[in-house]
Design a protein around this ligand. Structure first.
Ligand code: PLP
Length: 479
């Protein structure tokens, strides 16, 4: 360890070192129990004689700041942990963020580790246990071997070529989105793709239309990039095109599984949206965040594959198919935006982690990703069936599910004048985590309902949790 000590001139060297070490110990910068370098190494590091550092250690040791364990080394004394922490110093001038940041919500309703309940229907959560970690380890090792042979240098902001190729093949085969690998940009999750799109398309004050209810992190992202976010209501077919603001520069939609309500955008509505965008010149972001898991019917054509005018940016993520902490996503933008997006990506973070990208490329190209999707599809089918059996069965007097064809969450509207907050609180008392849909509305919610995410809860737990809920709900409805 290198200790930060500054020596000025050649006078009183031992005193200078002693005072700085003592100060660092008292301020907690050198923590109790931490090992110090040997007096020989410290002397070499500071360019002083060994005798000087020996004197310093002896003095600090005699004052109780240091403990020497023969044969092991010298450590900061453990008793110092009992010192009360120093009160934080008030900085003389307060650095301030631009006012915009005060208006943005604090956390984006992130699930915090340790706060989930035994029966938790939180959205955005994935069960990691079925993931083939042994295979993944092999992919990571393979990527490490490749990296060990390469020069340590910056790489292409668009991402590793094999991963871009793997994604473009996957999209062609599974999502009917045709793209050359050169058109795929690898991002840190879908969120970075939204951020990049907003950066390159929006000017301050530009209008961005979003679905209402919708995805709060997208709203926050567009606001943070200076956009004026205008919520547009959705009906059973998706965003209501006639209500789109005429001057919208960008529209953000989730056509395969409307977030959060779950219905797909009808083909009619998709075509109407594309026609509208063509007339107005607006750019469309199609967020296909969990369309991989389809349980009923045929998949609808993505907007991207219907787009003849070059206005759709198709955004995808591995947060639902692998796990969200992988932070891996992608965008296939209109080709006219590619160059600007690559500049923005490079300016933002140069590029993502190449180790994970190379590993993910082999995972996909070896067929392991497809195998994993098939396995997860089975798990989710079972969970979805369990959930729907309860919602359409004993819970149907109180809950009215919107049955989605795809995705790993569903919404149930509340009947009988039930209030979201009452149901959420009563469920919490039974160790069940339920989440109201009000938070997804930009303004006043037009309906009350609950989100049931089933990425992180297995079929048996769903049975137990909904069995308990069936006991609680009648009491709430009678109030
Ligand atoms: C609508 C929507 N888009 C995107 C994502 C995924 O975002 P990311 O890839 O940044 O994790 C989610 C995750 O819950 C989502 O609900």
């Amino acid at each position: 360890m290198d200790i930060q000590v500054t020596i000025q001139g050649s006078h009183d060297l031992a005193g200078q070192i002693y005072r700085q070490l003592r100060e660092a110990i008292l301020a907690g910068r050198l923590a109790a129990g931490e090992r110090l370098p040997s007096t020989r190494d410290l002397a070499a590091q500071l360019g002083v004689s060994r005798k000087t550092t020996l004197d310093v250690f002896e003095r600090l040791g005699s004052e109780g700041f240091l403990q020497t364990r023969p044969g092991d080394g010298t450590f900061i004394a453990g008793s110092l942990t009992r010192l009360p922490p120093k009160p934080p110093q008030q900085p003389a001038a307060r650095a301030t963020a631009a006012p915009l940041w005060d208006r943005l919500p604090a956390g984006l309703a992130l699930p915090r580790p340790g706060t989930t309940l035994p029966f938790d229907f939180m959205g955005g959560v994935i069960d990691k246990t079925p993931f083939p970690f042994d295979t993944w380890r092999r992919c990571i090792n393979h990527a490490l071997r490749i990296q060990a042979r390469e020069r340590g240098a910056y790489r292409d902001p668009a991402g590793e070529q094999e991963l871009r190729l793997a994604i473009s093949r996957y999209l062609a085969f599974n999502r009917a989105v045709t793209s050359a690998w050169q058109e795929v940009i690898v991002t840190q999750g879908a969120q970075q793709a939204l951020d990049l799109m907003a950066r390159v398309v929006l000017e301050p004050g530009d209008v961005v239309a979003v679905e209402d209810p919708g995805y709060p992190p997208a709203r926050a992202c567009f606001t943070a990039q200076g956009g004026k976010v205008v919520p547009v209501p959705v009906d059973a077919e998706g965003i209501i095109v006639e209500q789109l603001p005429k001057n919208a520069r960008m529209v953000y939609v989730t056509p395969s599984h409307q977030f959060p309500l779950g219905m797909p955008m009808s083909l009619e509505r998709r075509i109407a949206l594309l026609e509208w965008a063509q007339r107005s010149g607006a750019v469309i972001i199609e967020d296909d965040y969990d369309g991989e898991y389809r349980f009923e019917g045929r998949p609808m054509e993505p907007l991207k594959s219907l787009d003849r005018a070059g206005l759709v940016a198709y955004v995808g993520t591995f947060s639902k198919t692998i796990f969200p902490d992988l932070r891996m996503g992608y965008v296939v933008p209109p080709s006219s935006l590619l160059a600007a997006l690559l500049k923005a990506k490079q300016i933002g973070d140069w590029h993502g982690c190449t180790l994970t990208q190379t590993a993910l490329a082999s995972f996909m190209l070896n067929g392991d990703f497809a195998k994993h999707l098939r396995r997860m599809h089975k798990h989710y089918t079972e969970r979805r069936q369990a959930l729907l059996a309860h919602l359409k069965g004993e819970l149907s007097p109180w809950l009215d599910p919107i049955v989605p064809a795809a995705g790993i969450h569903l919404i149930a509207r509340l009947r009988q004048g039930l209030q979201e907050r009452d149901v959420v609180a009563a469920a919490h008392n039974e160790s069940i985590g339920l989440y109201g849909i009000s938070a997804f509305y930009a303004g006043e919610p037009s309906q009350q309902g609950l989100l049931f995410g089933y990425g992180g809860i297995d079929a048996d737990s769903i049975d137990i949790a909904l069995g308990k809920l069936a006991v609680v709900l009648p009491g709430l409805a009678e109030r």
